[in-house]
Design a protein around this ligand. Structure first.
Ligand code: ZN
Length: 422
């Protein structure tokens, strides 16, 4: 017989309605939610879970995680991680995410050299390891020297750097057609392009492009032929416009957004995961934290600070379909997804818009909205509980009090300040 739970909620945010509804109950049978309402009839032997003191939400989803960067100081040392170490680091991050109320994470194209990231996802899906479920973009596709090409750290030594460059980095239509097919063959859930340079790795900066039109088009076309969505790391409007024209499914960052490009996003209903967190410190003028980045990153962040601020307002005032993703690979840890909540709240995004982004909107971006992202009969029982005030408290997601994934209850953990590794 399936194990059943009746969860009594203090207040319920169901992932869809902009409301915290009091006195609701959720019936869970096996891995699924079977009923939601007041005074539900109780099956025999049901396990009652009393969360009257908490606000209950769907399990949160972080749509932009780099799980193998276990300490921020390791962004250059990642080059020397073995595939085994990196794969285990993903499991560690996914476990930490789960105990903080994030039941699903989307891993954004910085897996280990091989396909250990796919193994990590599969081990979790089989229930062999207690962790957040992973949606995987196994590797980044782009040109040599792009952000995330960690062999850049060895580029004073050409043979060494060439040896360390991962297989999905290269040039030309045939190369990328083949790489997309390989990624899909070995189990990726989506394709991740690195188009522009970045703020956080030692490349030419956010306005540089690492792929040409032909390469972009063949990647998107081949992925779509194989039924897989494509997203891209991108900053400048001219590159975003190009990707919109080529029919990409969505984009990451977009932190140099302008009005015209925002309108194009709205028109095509293309999603953007704006990853506010990595730019929050520079936007707020929090020099202590900006100074923790490499000198190269500090310089880029400060140079673009006015445009980052302006772009944040354009994104806030737009109707773009926004996903919630933290993108930690520098000062913060990859499982500190709550910090993205703070970043959205401090950017006046509004609590419900933020909560929907982290639940039902993200589920759609992951193409998993038939399974997760809301508390409705038929969905997987991914449920979290929080004692802090989700509507007013910017740090409310830093303390999770209850987490269930697929009908199973898991331990929770608060953030420990020591772990910030600052
Ligand atoms: Zn990223």
């Amino acid at each position: 017989m399936k194990k059943s739970h009746l969860i009594i909620c203090g207040r319920l945010f169901d992932g869809i309605h902009e409301d915290l509804t009091p006195d609701m109950e959720i019936l869970v049978e096996g891995s699924r939610i079977t009923a939601v309402g007041r005074n539900l009839s109780r099956p025999k032997d049901v396990n009652v879970i009393d969360l009257k003191h908490l606000t209950v939400t769907p399990g949160m989803i972080d749509a932009h995680v780099h799980g193998n960067l276990m300490r921020w100081q390791e962004t250059d040392n990642i080059l020397f991680q073995s595939e085994g170490y990196s794969t285990l680091a993903f499991l560690h991050t996914a476990e930490r995410c789960l105990e903080r109320g994030f039941t699903t994470i989307r891993c954004n194209g910085m897996g280990p050299a091989g396909y250990g990231i796919v193994d990590a996802r599969n081990v979790i899906d089989k229930g062999l390891f207690p962790a957040a479920r992973m949606n995987v973009g196994a590797h980044m596709l782009g040109g040599p020297g792009m952000p995330g090409d960690m062999s850049m750290y060895a580029c004073t030594n050409e043979p060494l750097s060439d040896y360390m460059q991962i297989k999905t980095i290269g040039s030309g239509r045939d190369f990328f057609r083949n790489q997309v097919r390989r990624e899909v063959k070995y189990g990726t859930d989506f394709i991740k392009i690195f188009l522009s340079g970045s703020f956080l790795s030692p490349d030419g900066g956010p306005e540089i492009s690492y792929l040409d039109d032909e390469e972009l088009q063949i990647i998107i076309q081949t992925a779509h032929d194989l039924g897989k969505p494509v997203t891209a790391h991108v900053y400048p409007p001219r590159m975003m416009k190009k990707l919109l024209e080529f029919g990409i499914d969505g984009m990451e960052h977009g932190a140099l957004m302008d009005e015209e490009t925002a309108k194009m996003f709205e028109k095509q209903d293309t999603y953007l995961v704006p990853t506010f967190s990595p730019f929050q410190d520079v936007i707020e003028g929090n020099d202590n934290l900006v100074d923790k980045n490499t000198e190269d990153s500090q310089m880029k962040l400060r140079k673009f600070a006015p445009r980052l601020k302006e772009s944040r307002q354009i994104i806030r005032d737009s109707k773009i379909r926004l996903g919630f993703g933290s993108d930690f690979c520098a000062v913060h840890q990859p499982y500190e997804s709550w910090y993205e909540y703070r970043s959205w709240m401090r950017s006046d995004m509004g609590a419900f818009r933020t909560l929907k982004a982290a639940t039902s909107v993200n589920a759609g971006i992951l193409k998993m909205d038939h399974l997760i992202g809301s508390i409705e009969p038929g969905k997987l029982a991914d449920i979290a509980g929080w004692h802090r005030d989700l509507l007013d408290d910017c740090d409310a997601l830093s303390e999770c009090d209850f987490v269930m994934k697929g009908g199973r209850v898991y331990p929770t953990a608060d953030i420990v300040v020591d772990e910030y590794a600052r």
